[in-house]
Design a protein around this ligand. Structure first.
Ligand code: SF4
Length: 97
């Protein structure tokens, strides 16, 4: 789908609403390139309300989507309409660090 303002490929996975106050770290454990943060051993874990995928470094493997127990993770092309803003939310967490 062509969307105005959409970032160029490569695709990335996106963590969305069901992760808020869930923060199950199964995705962190399966990510082969360590691009989901904060991890439970990082200082931001205590204050973060959810986890975030770094869209620049994600290699689009899909392991996190399969691992998530609350179905919070989607390929960016498949993010449900009501959660589209999480594409930017994930990216912002990394650009604001
Ligand atoms: S799609 Fe793969 S590389 Fe990207 S965040 Fe998920 S597990 Fe990590």
């Amino acid at each position: 789908m062509d969307r105005p303002g959409r970032k160029a490929p490569p695709l990335a996975y996106v963590i969305t609403e069901p992760c808020i106050n869930t923060k199950n770290a199964a995705c962190v454990e399966v990510c082969p390139v360590d691009v989901i943060h904060p991890r439970p051993d990082e200082p931001e874990w205590e204050t973060a309300t959810m986890l975030y995928v770094d869209p620049v470094s994600c290699v689009d493997c899909g392991a996190c989507e399969d691992a998530c127990p609350v179905s919070a993770v989607f390929a960016d092309d498949d993010v449900p309409e009501q959660w589209q803003h999480f594409i930017q939310v994930n990216a912002d967490w990394y650009s604001n660090r």
